[in-house]
Write a protein that binds this ligand. Structure first.
Ligand code: TRP
Length: 331
């Protein structure tokens, strides 16, 4: 069977949490074995909100190193930085001309971010979904693994692809979203009915991929549970269920196995065990990330060859697009 082309990207905002790990990174690692994967670090999307330039650059490298440390194999997939492949911006321009202001105005994330950054509602923020469509369509992706919050963006990318194909003839493959299973959804340690979010103001609510052992254990000790003392999976026990999910995620066990393991134990011991399991899983990843970041030559090389692979695929699609729309391309 022919391999599917898979495209995904992540913004280089610092401080990824174990929720990002369970919901995205881990899936990317699995998917790289059966598919032809393009994984980008979306720094062009990142500047639609204000960024400190030095930090953006640092976060870009840290994220690349983290992904490799987590098991992304740069031999298997094209891991690259979005701004290093100029076709993203070029295709976006063409797609802009078949996208309507009205439909961008109605996008959920645009509305949310306009509220959150009311002093900086820039054109890029509104154009964000078109850049994302360009990302995906450039590679003729079949599948786009994303979290639920990005589903509307993939749908718009499909609409844009179909519209372009209708107007100019068959050009783009129409991608499907691959919504990551909710099984491994990790909740806030402080409000376990809410998703764990890296922008949470309460630092005890999330475990960062960069947290050291003491910090991890301390945060789990403070995790909100409930007033009875039974360790079991239940909708009425979101705190305990979340801790069981986290434990299962980081030990490779099922939640049911985790539940059995802790049956009859006290909350204190349980929280400590979860904390230790997470800290023990993070330690080798952190060590590997540090090692990679110290070897700038290697990292730069990996990203350059990733960009080269992406560039080859992107150039092919863009040239086809330019031909279809009637752009002069020399002889
Ligand atoms: N907008 C995505 C996010 O914030 C990141 C992203 C950019 C993306 N381009 C993409 C995801 C293309 C999938 C496909 O999570």
């Amino acid at each position: 069977m022919e391999k599917k082309i898979l495209y995904s990207a992540v913004q280089p905002s610092g401080n990824l949490t174990i929720g990002n790990y369970a919901g995205a990174i881990r899936n990317w690692v699995q998917l790289q074995n059966e598919n032809d994967c393009f994984y980008a670090i979306a720094n062009m999307h990142a500047i639609t909100v204000r960024q400190e330039p030095a930090e953006l650059r640092r976060h870009t490298l840290e994220l690349a190193a983290l992904y490799i440390a987590c098991g992304i194999d740069p031999e298997k997939c094209a891991l690259y930085v979005q701004s290093q492949v100029p076709q993203h911006a070029e295709l976006m321009w063409v797609l802009n001309t078949i996208t309507y202001v009205g439909e961008m105005n109605r996008m959920t994330q645009f509305k949310d971010k306009s509220q959150k950054h009311a002093d900086n509602i820039n054109m890029g923020l509104m154009d964000y979904p078109v850049l994302m469509a360009a990302d995906i369509l450039l590679y003729q992706a079949d599948l786009v693994p994303v979290g639920h919050d990005q589903k509307q963006h993939v749908e718009i990318a499909r609409d844009i692809a179909i519209r372009f194909n209708n107007r100019y003839g068959e050009t783009f493959r129409v991608p499907e979203p691959l919504i990551m299973k909710s099984g491994a959804k990790i909740a806030s340690l402080q409000e376990p009915t809410k998703k764990m979010s890296k922008s949470d103001e309460n630092i005890n609510a999330c475990i960062y991929m960069s947290d050291d052992k003491d910090t991890v254990i301390r945060k789990f000790k403070r995790a909100v549970t409930d007033s009875d003392n039974e360790i079991r999976i239940s909708d009425e026990k979101p705190g305990i269920t979340n801790l069981l999910t986290i434990y299962a995620t980081f030990t490779g066990k099922t939640v049911e196995e985790a539940e059995k393991e802790f049956a009859g134990k006290g909350y204190g011991d349980f929280k400590l065990a979860v904390g230790e399991a997470v800290a023990d899983a993070l330690a080798p990843i952190q060590a590997e990330q540090k090692k990679l970041l110290a070897d700038k030559t290697y990292l730069t090389g990996v990203l350059a060859s990733g960009a080269e692979r992406a560039y080859k695929a992107a150039r092919k699609t863009l040239s086809k697009v330019y031909r279809k729309v009637g752009f002069y391309q020399g002889e």
